[in-house]
Design a binder for this molecule. Structure first.
Ligand SMILES: [Fe+2]
Length: 340
């Protein structure tokens, strides 16, 4: 650097430090298992509004291990993950810290956040019924999946997939393990094909006449209908309708993407501000719509494809309770030979 350039930047830096109207030089670091592209528009909007730069570190796997290994010198401020089980794991591995924020507590329904403030759901998806379009079916209970009248008509991905173990864990929360085992045996007996493939294959196989109904996540309908997976998938989506099922004594099973403040966050105050921004009406709409999800905050906008399913009534069991039954759900899947 020339002397002149050095002086200019020194003067600029001094001005920046003393002029409160200028953007602050604060940066926060977000470690995320979510594709950064999904949150990029929000980060840009946040930086524009506050001057806080948001850096992202994308980790497909091993988020908790990475933060734990960095220890007290970890630069991570925010940890973002999909699936309540992964958020619970972060808290259990001791890499998060509790946050007391009336903004977050007011925006995020109680079922969708940790009771001690270690993590907060930010967007949600329902695990719902895809049904053949012409099927005469306006409502559905998860319990009905084991009804013998659906013998040979049900499609679903592997029971051991986390999407399904979460649903089965919710079933345990409602009915206990014994009833859940009976139900799983009944669902298994109703399968039209091996429990395998992905959620979109449920729509594909309904179009192909292999099954009449199946269980899958809401956002795939948005992705398929909007043509994000190609022309073929638009046809799959057009072959089905979505029915929002409920438990007989509850609502629709949902899972979340969410975030936590890292235990050793170097900028805790900024990290909390950032999370509070993510539950503002505008941010919720952008964040949820990026992947055809539901905002967690009541009244924030939702994509028209998703809105067309009708009003989502979130199940009354907390995600924390559901996650606590995960292991047992997985054991039952093996016990009844669900994936064989
Ligand atoms: Fe998915």
């Amino acid at each position: 650097m020339t002397t002149r350039a050095y002086l200019t930047s020194a003067i600029f830096a001094a001005t920046a430090l003393t002029a409160p109207s200028l953007a602050s030089a604060v940066e926060i670091n977000v470690y995320t298992t979510r594709e950064p592209a999904l949150i990029a528009p929000l980060l840009e909007a946040y930086t524009k509004a506050t001057g806080t730069k948001v850096n992202t570190v994308f980790l497909k796997d091993g988020l908790a291990e990475r933060v734990a290994s960095e220890g007290a010198s970890s630069p991570a401020d925010i940890l973002m993950a999909v699936d309540a089980g992964n958020l619970v794991d972060l808290a259990e591995k001791g890499v998060t810290q509790p946050i007391e924020s009336s903004v977050l507590n007011g925006a995020v329904p109680e079922q969708l956040r940790d009771g001690k403030g270690h993590w907060f759901g930010l967007s949600m998806r329902g695990r719902v019924l895809y049904a053949a379009k012409d099927l005469d079916l306006a409502s559905f209970n998860y319990e009905d999946l084991a009804d013998p009248k659906y013998k040979g008509k049900v499609c679903i991905r592997a029971g051991q997939h986390p999407y399904n173990t979460a649903l089965f864990a919710d079933y345990i929360a409602h009915h206990g393990a014994e009833e859940t085992e009976k139900w799983l045996t009944g669902v298994k007996a109703n399968l039209a094909r091996k429990a395998a493939g992905g959620d979109r294959d449920v729509a594909k196989d309904i179009l192909g006449g292999i099954c009449d109904i199946g269980i899958a996540n809401t956002y795939y309908v948005g992705l398929m209908k909007a043509g994000k997976g190609g022309e073929e998938q638009v046809k799959w989506a057009d072959a089905i309708k979505v029915v929002l099922p409920t438990f007989k004594d509850g609502g629709t099973q949902v899972n979340v993407s969410g975030a936590a403040v890292a235990k050793h966050s170097p900028n805790k105050a900024e990290a909390v501000k950032f999370l509070e921004y993510l539950v503002s009406d505008d941010a919720q709409k952008i964040y949820a719509e990026a992947n055809y999800e539901y905002p967690v905050k009541a009244g924030a906008g939702v994509d028209p494809i998703i809105a067309s399913f009708g009003e989502l009534k979130i199940d009354n069991k907390t995600l924390a309770e559901i996650v606590s039954h995960r292991k047992q759900a997985s054991e039952l899947v093996d016990k009844v030979g669900f994936d064989n």
